[in-house]
Design a protein around this ligand. Structure first.
Ligand code: GTP
Ligand code: MG
Length: 452
């Protein structure tokens, strides 16, 4: 390795896919294998992220990853919970993730959230691989636990292999329909123009070595320049979630993708009413599982370096928005940093019309994805905001002349009790869903029915 690994940050890998297709199981398998390899201590459980150091990747991937061939410090995986859109993971007008794993159940193939994830990967230009998961469920499958996929694939009966092939080619066809040229990963020569499909099982670990190898290869080959950052510089991150925590009040779960954040740092965070300026009181990371039972849930850190997931406690965070930027001020004029945050927030500002629907979404990223989908479907937006559905939203929607516009489209949000009452009183239709496509479809159906 010709570059000092200390100067490169860990690539951020988003794990996405439809509900129940096995995202968390896949990460569990990686964590679990690390434990059985005697590397348990090396894996750190972050807030919303899991860091796997290079040595661990290398020992799990066997011959497929030689640590000496890589300069990167490892991989930081971000799991995206089922109902949570990948669009939360947003930074600098693109994807927060450097690369992604799109998990697809080999039997189920493409599902709505698979399509949604693909849309966002396309829009943000994020390189990705497809993990065709649950190969062990192929009828007649004879598992070879934790082995590279080519070994287990070649060892199957013709019948089992044919059945798997049918499913794999179905997925490859679906990727192609979506505009991505794809093939089984061992046939892919150029990962820049082609998507590799890696057959895996989160249950038996088959193919997991290959998946890790492809991810390391992708990061190393195409991302290296982006990984050369000033790790000591002022931290930059994205809010994954705003959560109330006992003893701390509102806290932020943040993925830090650049620089360092230190206790006492002054920070600027995107909030509902504009940038929030506050000071870091505590940096928290979950303790290992065994410690949680006996001690406090969190360990306090003095300082955290990119890339990592961290919980950040500070005053005045109630209005902070998921998906919003976080910036450490350190050594720069506060005004400049506020302007930076404002600029990033305004990138996401949705184009609105005089007449249109009201849109509410759980995060800035999902709001942006919603706005894009609605624009494509030529559905005008009157107002779009992050947050639960409040009486004010019902009031705004109720002023529209056309029934088509007396509508609220909610993505992954709750309806506040007062708003519920208003909805009953007013002639306003609410569509609330956790799949963007579904929302757009439901709304279009409603419009069509009215025109009949
Ligand atoms: P959400 O977070 O809800 O979106 O789901 P997920 O994508 O994280 O899926 P999860 O890992 O929770 O797995 C869903 C179910 O599929 C669980 O019952 C798993 O045990 C099962 N499962 C996941 N991977 C495999 C696999 O490779 N083989 C088999 N047989 N079952 C699997
Ligand atoms: Mg999950």
């Amino acid at each position: 390795a010709d570059v000092d690994p200390g100067s490169l940050r860990t690539p951020i890998v988003a794990v996405l896919g439809h509900v129940d297709h096995g995202k968390t199981s896949l990460l569990d398998k990686i964590r679990g294998s690390a434990v059985s390899e005697g590397e348990a201590g090396a894996i750190t459980q972050h807030i919303g992220a899991t860091a796997v150091p290079l040595d661990t990747v290398s020992s799990m991937a066997g011959d497929l990853v030689m640590a000496d061939d890589f300069d990167l410090p490892g991989l930081l995986f971000i799991d995206t919970p089922g109902h949570h859109s990948f669009s939360t993971l947003r930074a600098r007008g693109g994807a927060l993730a450097d690369i992604a794993v799109l998990v697809v159940d080999v039997n189920d193939g493409f599902q709505p959230q698979t399509e949604e994830a693909l849309d966002i990967l396309r829009r943000t230009g994020t390189p990705f691989v497809v993990a065709a998961n649950k190969v062990d469920t192929t009828p007649g499958w004879n598992p070879k636990p934790d082995s590279p996929v080519k070994q287990t694939y070649d060892a199957q009966s013709d019948r089992a292999r044919q059945r798997l092939d049918e499913n794999l080619y179905e997925i490859i066809g679906q990727l192609s329909d979506a505009g991505f040229s794809a093939d089984l990963y061992w046939r892919v020569q150029n990962f820049q123009g082609n998507i590799g499909v890696v057959p895996v099982s989160a249950m038996t670990g088959e193919g997991v070595p290959d998946l890790l190898a492809v991810l390391m290869g992708l990061s190393q080959r195409y991302m290296k320049n982006e990984m050369e950052i000033d790790l000591g510089g002022p931290g930059k991150g994205t809010v994954l979630e705003v959560k109330d925590e006992k003893g701390f009040g509102a806290t932020l779960d943040v993925v830090l993708y650049d620089g360092t954040v230190t206790e006492g740092d002054r920070i600027v965070v995107g909030g509902v009413e504009g940038p929030i300026v506050t000071e870091v009181r505590a940096l928290l990371r979950p303790r290992a599982l065994s410690e949680i039972r006996t001690e406090q849930e969190f360990e306090r850190l003095d300082s955290v370096q990119a890339a990592s997931g961290v919980k950040l406690a500070a005053p005045d965070l109630d209005d902070a928005m998921a998906g919003a930027p976080v910036r450490v001020v350190r050594g720069r004029p506060l005004e400049d940093v506020i302007e930076e945050v404002e600029a990033e927030l305004s990138e996401i500002e949705v184009e609105t019309a005089e007449q249109g629907v009201v849109v509410k979404a759980d995060t800035l990223g999902s709001l942006e994805a919603m706005a894009n989908a609605l624009q494509e479907a030529e559905i005008p937006i009157l107002r779009a905001e992050v947050g639960d559905i409040a009486p004010r939203d019902v009031a705004v929607a109720s002023t529209a002349n056309e029934a088509e516009n007396r509508v609220i489209l909610g993505f992954n949000v709750d309806v506040l009790p007062d708003a519920e009452r208003e909805l009953d009183r007013q002639d306003v239709r609410l569509f609330n869903h956790d799949v963007i496509y579904q929302l757009v479809e439901d709304y279009e159906e409603f419009v069509e029915e009215r025109q009949r």
